[in-house]
Design a protein around this ligand. Sequence first.
Ligand code: PMP
Length: 452
Amino acid sequence: QTSPSQPSVQQINAFREREARVYAKARPKSKKRFADGVAGFLDGVPMHWMLDWPMPFPMVVEKASGAAITDIDGIELDDFCLGDTGSMFGHSPPPVARAIRRQARRGLTYMLPSEDVLELGHLLTTMFGLPQWQIATTASDANRFALRVARAVTGRAKILVFNGCYHGAVEETFVRLKDGKPVNKPGLSGQFRDLTEDTKVIEFNDVAALEAVLAPGDAACVIAEPVLTNSCMVLPDPGYHAELRRITRETGTLLLIDETHTISSGLGGYTRVHGLDPDIFVLGKPIAGGVPASVWGLSAGVAERYSDYTRRKPWGYSGIGTTLSANPLQFACMKATLTDVMTAKNYRHMEKLAARLADGLSDAVARAKLPWHVARVGARVEFICAPGPLRNGAEAEAAHAPALEAAIHVGLVNRGCLIAPFHNMMLVSPATRKKQVDRLVDAFGEICGELA
Ligand code: PMP
């Protein structure tokens, strides 16, 4: 911690240890059942991300409903993590729960369309603007398949990513800048290939670098979140998206906008709210209200080029698919989400409370005179334990304060509020109530006061 006004390491450690004891004491059942992991699972967990929560051991969840989550020790928390966006519209939104019940009587997967499909294409086009869609199961897959299409239609092998990006388990996006040079992202397991051979990487918000890197005309596609939400939260400079679109067009590079997190922006995502015009659009996580599903959409031009490409290519395996994708449960839940959950009314509620949350957190930071800041994209709010705003991935990496953030997370859980692990993200859902937001603001304020 370089700044003199940041909490000291001793202060952070003392706070974290005290909070960890409080957490463990309150959860004898979770501790007994889970503190040593569960037999039969690698490292004791069914998915290793569960070890990345900052609490001493994960709480075992009994149920989640609306914007609250209850563990087997009977403790109810206000849930601002919401499955890191999978449940951005609340846990089991009633229209989705009804769709699940209805479809459960009609079969769950059969590699054929159900009647819901008859409306779904239209719903996707109306909501997001692009005319041609495919359904997959995860946002990682949707990105992977969309990148393949971009390469097919352009005949170019390379792609461009932004430093600090995350687009899911898409191997070729795991490239970073280190001292200005592209390298494989540190920490990848079992990755021996040099990913920088086909992946270019530059900083976000750098128009000159974008011009230079795309000038050779060898990149199929830029894959971008419209706001970097996986590197703290980096907002685009005014005019940056217009430049991104201009330069990609001038160099024949396709633009893939990954809205998986920025769908928090409002109806139709950041793309619709800010009038972006991508060639390819990807959305996963909440698109079926928490049931695993994702979509990738193509502009008319790219769809036409891809049809042309597939007509010319020898018949055979495309390498794009997965068996459980486009199943009738996904159709039913996606239809329910697009019709009755992703509504203007719900977004208005989310936006209003998220603004209240961001203002409350900013006030708490100011009161405690900490050198921190708060950023927001619609219903998605992030506090960053460093001054801001941040302009790119390098600045975001420098701002990251893992020990401090972990201490705050545990402190918040002990005060009744769950926020997303790995970063400091809070989501407001249609089910979130004002008193939950105010509780989070108060809890954060108390912790800032203790750490300041
Ligand atoms: N795109 C973005 C922008 C993401 O943040 C994530 C996950 N955090 C993904 C794609 C991948 O989503 P999934 O893990 O559901 O495949």
